[in-house]
Design a protein around this ligand. Structure first.
Ligand code: T6T
Length: 321
């Protein structure tokens, strides 16, 4: 009788453990803005979740960039609940610290993707080091590489201009700083201005048109994200200066790839948003199921499109589809 009881208890224990191991995990993704880059992160995260037998829920895509718009959506997502792990693109490295800290204090582990909090160093204790990792591009390195290539495109001399989005988003400030670092290596290049378009393409276009009027001898432009670059090349095109003003752009949207083929843009840096999404789910899953230590920074690389390689079969997977 006693043996039977022990056997039953053992079976119940195994069944309970099995049930726990089988609990379907749910990830939540909170994007930064409605755009093809953020959608690619979702696609990568969804694919990886499916592969691992987990599921993904997605917060509403903000129609514009900024904490004011993102935080209420994020809070609604958390209020709805039903997820084990958060993947978030903070739209401000300062303003998102407090709301995310509150969410983390509820016991929700998280990674930040694409952008980070504070200075991005989650390895030292600080008021922003609670995310498990930053998973995204090395933006300073990318900005630096863009700068070197743009310098070469304009023969290492002349005026250049940068159109960017926000002064408090780590992604674009990293690109700006890396680019300016590269420019310091070219004493004959003059940076005539930096404008912030707040992630509005029409603003980028208007700002670029004004710079072209003020500096008709402008030689090069760096557009630090898809809205900046798309607005910038359209302004140059409208002024009839395509080909004369060299344009280095960031983000491989089909629009920018077509512009590269048409000679309206000269260089396109592609990030790896699909991989960013995959890696976020993969590390979250390892953390939840195996208590794995997540590396504080996970950095997939980037890829440069030029007119020489844009049609190569090996390049096509880098386009944001
Ligand atoms: O360039 C990406 C992203 O990396 C950046 O943080 C914000 O803008 C994009 O989403 C493109 O619109």
């Amino acid at each position: 009788m006693k043996r039977v009881l022990i056997l039953v208890l053992a079976l119940l224990f195994i069944a309970a453990s099995f049930g726990f191991a089988q609990k379907k995990l749910t990830f939540a993704y909170m994007p930064g803005i409605e755009d093809p880059f953020m959608r690619m992160i979702e696609q990568g995260a969804a694919a990886k979740a499916k592969e691992l037998g987990a599921s993904l829920i997605v917060g509403e895509y903000p129609k514009a960039w900024g904490a004011d718009i993102q935080v209420p959506i994020l809070e609604a997502l958390v209020a709805r609940g039903g997820f084990d792990f958060l993947i978030v693109v903070p739209t401000s490295n300062e303003a998102l610290i407090a709301p995310l800290k509150k969410i983390n204090a509820k016991g929700i582990p998280m990674v930040t993707t694409d952008t980070f909090l504070g200075n991005g160093d989650y390895s030292k204790a600080s008021n922003f080091s609670f995310p498990l990792a930053y998973i995204g591009t090395d933006n300073v390195l990318g900005g630096y590489e863009v700068g070197k290539r743009l310098a070469e495109l304009i023969g290492n001399t002349g005026k250049v201009y940068m159109n960017t989005t926000n002064p408090d988003a780590s992604s674009v400030t990293g690109r700006r700083d890396g680019f300016l670092k590269a420019m310091k290596e070219f004493p004959e290049i003059q940076v005539v201005g930096i404008d912030y378009n707040l992630d509005v393409q029409e603003t980028a276009q208007r700002q670029t048109s004004a710079v072209l009027q003020k500096h008709p001898d402008l030689k090069g432009i760096f557009g630090t994200n898809l809205f900046s670059a798309q607005g910038a090349y359209q302004a140059v095109d409208n002024a009839g200066l395509s080909g004369e003003v060299k344009i280095a752009s960031w983000d491989a949207t089909p629009d920018l790839i077509q512009a590269l083929k048409d000679g309206k843009v000269d260089l396109v840096l592609a990030q790896r948003p699909y991989q960013i999404g995959q890696l976020a789910v993969e590390w979250g899953y390892k953390f939840l199921t195996q208590k794995a230590t997540v590396p504080k920074k996970v950095i997939p690389g980037f890829f440069f499109f030029t007119r020489e390689n844009v049609d190569a079969p090996g390049s096509q997977s880098y386009i944001y589809q």
